[in-house]
Design a protein around this ligand. Structure first.
Ligand code: MG
Length: 182
């Protein structure tokens, strides 16, 4: 099976803008997302307890947010290319219902949803990973997995490819001819 792992936050929708709004309510000093060059920037502004509470709140409210305009076509194109799509997100299991409802509401096609604190367990068994996390992208790249993500301030100088849109990622995957692999 040609498994592809697709992240949600900052991959299928712009999570950072809502994160910014909600972190600002707790600490008005928080800098704009364009300044978030360190993936762990939040540690300078919120305690882990505050930060994870904000994250969980956003995931609980998932259905309020709109995916990127090319997210639907991106996933349906992957399906047409014969991929088995695992949507993987670092989020609490109790937000599964909101997550699945959101995917269905916006016709975001998938085969399975994996919510956990460690999606690196999925890397053993896939041929491609789409994510914005430099931690995941680096792990995947070091394992020889074709990986890439949307270009963000926190991932723009890694050993992997990043792109401006999901459509560009789709072109990249097509050029790699992964879908023609046996
Ligand atoms: Mg993400």
């Amino acid at each position: 099976m040609k498994k592809i792992i697709v992240d949600i936050d900052n991959t299928l929708w712009h999570f950072a803008s809502i994160l910014y709004e909600r972190m600002k309510e707790i600490n008005p000093q928080i800098t704009q997302p364009s300044e978030w060059h360190d993936y762990f920037f939040w540690r300078s502004y919120l305690t882990p307890k505050e930060f994870y509470k904000v994250i969980k709140g956003i995931h609980r409210d998932q259905e309020m947010f709109i995916p990127y305009p090319d997210a639907e076509l991106f996933l349906s194109s992957l399906k047409d290319m014969g991929f088995h799509i695992t949507i993987a997100s670092h989020r609490e299991k109790e937000t599964l219902h909101a997550t699945v409802n959101w995917l269905n509401r916006y016709n975001l096609v998938f085969d399975e949803v994996h919510l956990s604190y460690d999606k690196s367990v999925l890397l053993d068994n896939c041929i491609s990973v789409i994510d914005d996390s430099p931690v995941i992208l680096e792990k995947a790249a070091n394992s020889g997995i074709i990986c890439c993500g949307l270009k963000m301030p926190w991932n723009d100088n890694g050993i992997y490819n990043v792109f401006d849109t999901l459509t560009e990622i789709l072109h990249y995957l097509r050029a790699k001819k992964l879908h023609e692999a046996k």
